[in-house]
Design a protein around this ligand. Structure first.
Ligand SMILES: *Cc1c(COP(=O)(O)O)cnc(C)c1O
Length: 813
């Protein structure tokens, strides 16, 4: 362990020599990355062991956060920050002629998630550890993360994301703690003394091997830090399976098939972002995580030598969306089949242990599985689900004897489909939405029947982001300015960011804010110029939309508006406008044609506007490929405008909106998700709100009355850009390449109200331009955004989960 810079340099150099056998001036950045992160992981190992020991001794209640996705990104920089060693290491490396920033670039992103849901899980882990809670992540160690996106001729091409190729220095393989998970087979039922006993026969066993990653809490001024565990499971074949039915040559091949099918369980993260999914293997992954995770949780619990009656006092299991819902029947199965509990008592324990977060109301994203698929894959678990359903329906029929339709609607199994959200609600004590508006929609509309049945179970927990990664680490200059101005308490009490409000009109402070934004824009411009060869005007407004590509997120509205600006400039070349740079980053699900067609359109518009001499000094468009956590960390500190323009009611919360706000970007957005709560604090002065609200949108869905064609016919600006999608001209080279987008807007009647909202969106952009022309006013707005972003720290979110859902307390160090 080192306590000062000179010691660090000495130990680091010793490590380089002893581990690489080379002098320092011959090692590559990649070598330095490997040595440095291994050193840091080993140092953290001591605190990790001591946290684990405390947890065992204190028998404090523990939370396990089950999620099929953890979008954690790079770890080196954030771990150094949280360990309180960032400055020391950075300056020590500087002395040796090494740039830490360049070393950090060597780390592959752990992209074990699709988007917001997986990134939320990662922010939660950071806050749990930083607040000293015993809260662990439980997920899958996918061999390949979310695909790597390349843009070729304007089109998205997916390449495998081989993130483990160079090894993952932060993980520790714990083969000694492997767990057996069982698939297939049949259930043998036996009766003895009037009781039924169930055993699974002829199953296929799979090993789940845990790889543990330390989750290092922020140290602040504390002498030591708290280290939780992110346990990621990898599937491996069980060697004894080779002995099963051995005898003929064919069996060797069937063993190879078995190996292959086992490995496939933890091979890929499904790049489906809410729908368009590959089915059976995904269900296999879900059960694999739930069964391995739960068995390992219970093994730890067993060391306490307590009865399972006390399980809910010592353990909270949280499921991130419905993907890990099988933990409910799996816990029932274990209590009933293996621990000798009767049904009612077991069910009571389960319902006091599990809690559930709902992330979406998009009906296509509500998980349903064919009953037959579950029955074949995990027959005993299916029997348990079936029994849960029967008892649940019985309760419903007693409560609503005259309303069989309602009972059918609420059933867990209906029409040979298992509805995971219904199972999750029936088997958990808390169901939360992720922003106030989203929770209201759940209670009043989507899950109204369930809310009426269990009103006390429903609650809101507005999402948050870790200000350590998204401000302190991603924007070090802003971090320093804030700390110089108001001290460092905000780092552990982020709501105190509000104290910078007193400088919102201070000219010196404003000019420092402006200079920081400028530096960040220059850094991003340099990245873009280097990678894409196009110069970027850092005096332009950087207008950013970065998120998964989805029709409801309306990247199409954004690019149609850019096309309109282009048409405006072409018809009025002398137009006096503040130059704009529109920046996009977005991955589309590989099978989602409309989304891919939108990417192609954005790239086409980019190549047109960036190369048109009449336009390129006023308007630029960049599509930055392979949007990921590390790319987000480059873009967000440089943004002036944050595009949060989803169709109202569709975006459950959003977290990108919070990251951008925290870095001083102003939001142009709809009254959707957490934008609503941002608006409550910022008001019209500090935010650009436009478009239909959620009630208006839902009203149209319910009662009709919207005609996209009418809007198209009555607004010449809209008609021009929509026609340009199918008319050979500046953007389309033929009538069909963007026809799917045209059709979705006109023939499909514009399901997401892009044409309806176009006018007020364009008007908000006019206001943005006017506001930007007065830099003092603009900077004041920017400072207001930063100041009010403390509410959106995931520290606040996690404190609410801890006290209102999980009932846990920080572990005393
Ligand atoms: C924050 C984040 C998201 C979520 O963004 P939204 O705008 O809330 O959809 C998705 N992907 C990455 C890499 C992120 O960092």
């Amino acid at each position: 362990m080192f306590t000062n810079k000179e010691e660090f340099k000495q130990i680091f150099q010793n490590n380089v020599v002893s581990k690489l056998g080379k002098p320092l001036n011959e090692v590559s950045s990649e070598d330095v990355y490997t040595i440095l992160s291994r050193m840091m992981r080993e140092f953290a190992g001591r605190e990790w062991a001591s946290t684990n020991q405390e947890l065992r001794q204190d028998a404090e209640k523990q939370v396990y956060y089950l999620s099929l996705e953890f979008l954690i990104g790079r770890l080196l920089g954030n771990n150094l920050l949280n360990m309180g060693m960032l400055e020391m290491v950075k300056s020590g490396l500087d002395d040796l002629g090494i740039s830490l920033e360049e070393i950090e670039e060597q780390e592959a992103d752990a992209g074990l998630g699709n988007g917001g849901l997986g990134r939320l899980a990662a922010c939660f882990l950071d806050s749990l550890a930083s607040l000293g809670y015993a809260g662990h992540g439980c997920g899958i160690r996918y061999r390949y993360g979310l695909f790597e996106q390349k843009i070729v001729d304007g089109n998205q091409v997916e390449l495998p994301d081989d993130w483990l190729q160079k090894g993952f220095e932060w993980e520790v393989r714990r083969a000694d703690r492997k767990i057996e998970v069982r698939f297939g087979g049949y259930v043998e039922t036996r009766e003895a003394d009037g009781e039924l006993y169930f055993s699974l026969r002829d199953y296929e066993a799979v090993w789940a091997i845990p790889y543990d990653v330390p989750v290092i809490g922020y140290r602040g001024n504390q002498p030591d830090y708290h280290v939780n565990t992110l346990r990621l499971w990898s599937a491996e074949p069980v060697p004894e399976m080779a002995n099963r039915n051995l005898g003929g040559a064919g069996n060797y091949y069937s063993y190879l098939n078995y190996n292959r099918s086992v490995e496939s369980i933890s091979e890929f993260l499904y790049p489906d972002d809410s729908h368009y999914e590959g089915r059976l293997l995904r269900l296999k992954q879900q059960y694999f995580l739930c069964s391995a995770g739960l068995q390992s949780i219970l093994r730890t619990y067993d060391k306490l030598n307590l009865s399972y009656d006390q399980l809910p006092d010592k353990i909270a299991i949280h499921i991130n969306d419905t993907h890990p819902t099988l933990v409910i029947p799996e816990l029932m199965r274990i209590l009933v089949d293996e621990k000798g509990y009767g049904w009612d008592k077991a069910w009571n324990i389960v319902c006091r242990t599990v809690s559930y977060t709902n992330h979406t109301i998009l009906s296509e994203a509500l998980e349903k599985w064919p009953a037959q698929m579950i029955r074949d894959l995990i027959p005993r678990v299916y029997m348990v689900i079936d029994e849960i359903n029967k008892r649940f329906c019985k309760v419903l029929m007693e409560k609503y004897p005259d309303d069989p339709e309602r009972v059918a609607h609420m059933a867990i199994i209906f029409d040979d489909q298992v509805k995971m959200a219904h199972l999750a609600i029936a088997g958990s004590y808390s169901i939360n939405g992720v922003a106030a508006l989203h929770t209201d929609i759940l209670k009043e509309r989507e899950m109204r029947n369930f809310y009426e049945l269990y009103p006390e179970r429903f609650n809101n927990k507005t999402n948050g982001i870790t200000h350590r990664r998204w401000l302190m680490h991603a924007n070090p200059e802003l971090n320093d300015l804030i700390t110089e101005s108001i001290g460092s308490r905000w780092k552990t009490h982020p709501k105190e960011l509000v104290s910078i409000l007193k400088y919102s009109e201070d000219a010196a402070f404003q000019s420092k804010i402006a200079a920081i934004k400028k530096h960040n824009k220059q850094r991003l411009a340099q990245y873009i110029e280097q990678k894409y060869g196009t110069p970027v005007n850092t005096d332009s407004i950087f207008d950013v939309q970065i998120k998964r590509l989805h029709a409801y997120k309306r990247q199409l509205l954004n690019i149609l508006h850019v096309m309109y600006l282009y048409n405006q400039i072409k018809s009025m070349p002398s137009l006096n406008m503040v130059p704009r740079t529109f920046i996009f980053g977005a991955k589309a699900a590989p099978g989602y044609y409309l989304a891919k067609n939108t990417i192609k359109l954005i790239n086409r518009v980019a190549s047109v506007v960036n190369n048109d001499p009449d336009v390129k000094d006023k308007l630029n468009v960049f599509f930055l490929e392979n949007y990921s956590v590390s790319l987000a960390e480059k873009i967000i500190p440089a943004a002036d405008i944050s595009e949060q323009i989803s169709t109202a009611s569709k975006e459950a919360s959003g977290t990108g909106n919070m990251k951008l706000m925290m870095n001083g970007a102003l939001t142009i957005g709809t009254m959707d998700g957490a934008n609503v709560e941002m608006y409550e604090m910022l008001g019209d002065d500090n935010m650009f709100i436009f478009g239909l609200n959620a009630d208006e949108v839902m009203d149209y869905y319910q009662h009709g009355g919207y005609s996209a064609r009418d809007v198209y016919n009555s607004d010449p600006r809209i008609k021009e850009v929509v026609d340009q999608l199918i008319t050979p001209g500046p953007f389309a080279s033929n009538t069909y390449e963007f026809a799917s987008l045209y059709q979705s807007l006109i023939d499909g009647n514009d399901e997401y109200f892009m044409l309806k909202d176009f006018d007020s969106y364009a008007e908000s952009h006019v206001q943005i331009e006017a506001a930007y022309r007065n830099q003092q006013v603009w900077l004041k707005k920017s400072i207001h955004n930063i100041a009010h972003s403390g509410k959106f720290s995931s520290d606040r979110t996690i404190q609410q989960y801890a006290s209102e859902i999980w009932k846990i307390h920080p572990v005393q160090g």
